[in-house]
Design a protein around this ligand. Structure first.
Ligand code: HEM
Length: 328
């Protein structure tokens, strides 16, 4: 099987050091500024309402399948210019990409064929945008690639792959983990229902309390390093456990309590430094709209199953539920 596409996919900003990192990030950073993202608010609200309209009469739903997943994938697909009716294909492909399963059987039978299908799909889409450019991010990136000096074809592929995956695999967990946390803390949920303007600090607290990304991507020590009692030799791989840092009792008083009015809440759910999440303004806005819309439209919302029976997706980097059955 041809697998040089796997190498192509790593040519993205998250896996790159300066100066390539700055060049790649600069190509898309303007599309994700808080001001531009704010303009998308009415459309995100429309998507959230349409998803709830579709389940309103049923009295129950899977909060992940019916709401938390389709919302961000529709938004990022529209922003990039990917047909959103293909979103279920992405779910399968990106599930494989982030599964963390490295057994030979999985890699050969699932991961590589899925990645091949994903890259074939994207290459065909790029050809279409070359022929028939639209006012979307992929058309702009294809133009940059054609100009020659800013973006290679592999980098174009890696960029769109990263944006599609990062654009929904995380936000689905902000909505899913966030709603689970609120449903398990009815007094906090009630506070937010009574005062929806608390949504901004509430989202920050939900990001801190049970954030979508558990560990950072890998880093390598450039020099021998001492952190507390631990010495890391030069070249050693390091994974930062974001979930642990965000429950550090020296940084956050009473860290295991959920408090949507918490102040001084500088968490690291979006990372830190040059790789700080590009999509943070978009993710925050989507989370705010998704949760407030659910609470205002579904006053009787409650868990259908006990929290202990819920299944979590495997893997070290992302933390998210497989499903979240609720009734309302
Ligand atoms: C709540 C949702 C999200 C969370 C918690 C999150 C978290 C993170 C974290 C922790 C990193 C840094 C990883 C590391 O340093 O190893 C990161 C990077 C990144 N995120 Fe997000 N993310 C979210 C949503 C999004 C969205 C909606 C997009 C949309 C495009 C996005 C795009 C990116 C990109 C492109 C990077 C790489 C930035 C760089 O390397 O300069 N993220 N994200």
């Amino acid at each position: 099987m041809r697998c040089n596409f796997v190498i192509s996919l790593t040519r993205n900003m998250l896996d790159t050091d300066p100066p390539d990192h700055e060049r790649l990030r600069a190509l898309v950073s303007k599309a994700f500024t808080p001001r531009l993202i704010e303009r998308m608010r009415p459309r995100v609200q429309e998507i959230a309402d349409a998803l709830l309209d579709a389940v309103q009469d049923k009295g129950e739903m899977d909060l992940i399948d019916d709401y938390a997943f389709p919302l961000p994938i529709t938004v990022i697909a529209e922003l990039l210019g990917v047909p959103s009716e293909d979103r279920n294909k992405f779910r399968e492909w990106s599930d494989a990409a982030v599964s963390g399963d490295t057994t030979q059987e999985y890699v050969e039978k699932v991961l590589l064929p899925h990645m091949q299908a994903f890259t074939d799909y994207l290459r065909a889409l790029f050809d279409e945008k070359r022929e028939n450019p639209k006012d979307d991010l992929i058309s702009a990136l294809v133009r940059a690639e054609e100009a020659g000096d800013k973006l290679s074809e592999d980098e174009l592929l890696a960029m769109v792959f990263l944006l599609l995956i990062a654009g929904h695999e995380t936000t689905v967990n902000l909505i899913g983990n966030g709603m689970l946390a609120l449903l398990q803390h009815p007094e906090q949920l009630q506070k937010l229902r009574e005062d929806p303007s608390l949504i901004k600090p509430a989202i920050e607290e939900l990001l801190r309390y049970d954030g979508p990304v558990e560990t950072s991507t890998e880093r390598f020590a450039r020099e021998d390093l001492r952190i507390g009692e631990t010495v890391l030799p030069r070249g050693e791989m390091v994974l930062v456990v974001i979930a642990s840092a965000d429950h550090d009792p020296e940084r956050f008083p009473n860290p295991d309590a959920l408090d949507i009015t918490r102040t001084d809440n500088k968490h690291v759910a979006f990372g830190k430094g040059i790789h700080f999440c590009l999509g943070a303004p978009l993710a925050r806005m989507e989370g705010q709209i998704a949760i407030n819309t659910l609470l205002s439209r579904m006053p009787g919302l409650q868990l259908k199953d006990s929290p202990e029976s819920l299944a979590w997706r495997p893997g070290m980097v992302l933390r998210g539920l497989r499903g979240l059955p609720v009734e309302f």
